[in-house]
Design a protein around this ligand. Structure first.
Ligand code: ZN
Length: 182
């Protein structure tokens, strides 16, 4: 559960990273940093912080912060009532992002590992490493997960409409209780 204390600790840390990355935010945005902990109770391993700039019927933009070692759990954005699922582009602004998507698996060891003890819920092994200024577009209904390097990461996300409730997570515990669309 996300307690007030955890929220304050993690949102404050996230703001330090956003400042370090040179991302300008209004006071209102600074007060409204969101913390996604997916109801798993291990925010240091699975979770992330986000600032939502806009989310309309047609487009969405967010800033994501992954603290050192934090991972966004594997999920996909499916078609809803005949409407294509969410398409999203991740652009690294600061740090390093290890992104894993459906597709040709990397031969040998991955550059980073899924959270310990949760490997079965992280199936994608097609590796994309993003450094500042590099970006990658994930097409609708494509499984993906991503993790920050040891120094953490700040990532801009540009996408079509974001709808948390329809996302499909590989980990059934998140699918049942802890969805947060990224
Ligand atoms: Zn996503």
């Amino acid at each position: 559960m996300l307690t007030k204390e955890l929220y304050e600790t993690y949102s404050m840390k996230a703001l330090e990273y956003l400042d370090e990355a040179g991302i300008a935010l209004t006071e209102e945005e600074r007060k409204n940093v969101e913390v996604a902990e997916y109801e798993l109770g291990c925010l240091d391993k699975v979770g992330l912080e986000l600032v939502v700039y806009v989310n309309t019927e047609r487009c969405c933009a967010k800033e994501l912060v992954l603290l050192p070692g934090q991972t966004c759990p594997e999920h996909r954005h499916p078609e809803i009532n005949g409407e294509e699922g969410k398409e999203e582009t991740f652009r690294c602004r600061w740090g390093t992002v290890y992104l894993y998507v459906e597709g040709e698996p990397k031969e040998g060891a991955l550059a980073t590992n899924p959270p310990e003890g949760m490997e079965e819920y992280f199936t994608c092994r097609h590796e994309v490493i993003l450094k500042p200024g590099e970006q990658y577009t994930i097409m609708p209904n494509t499984l993906h997960w991503f993790k920050a390097g040891e120094e953490g990461a700040v990532v801009s996300e540009f996408s079509t409409k974001s709808r948390d409730e329809f996302d499909v997570y590989t980990d059934p515990r998140i699918d049942a209780a802890g969805k947060r669309n990224v």
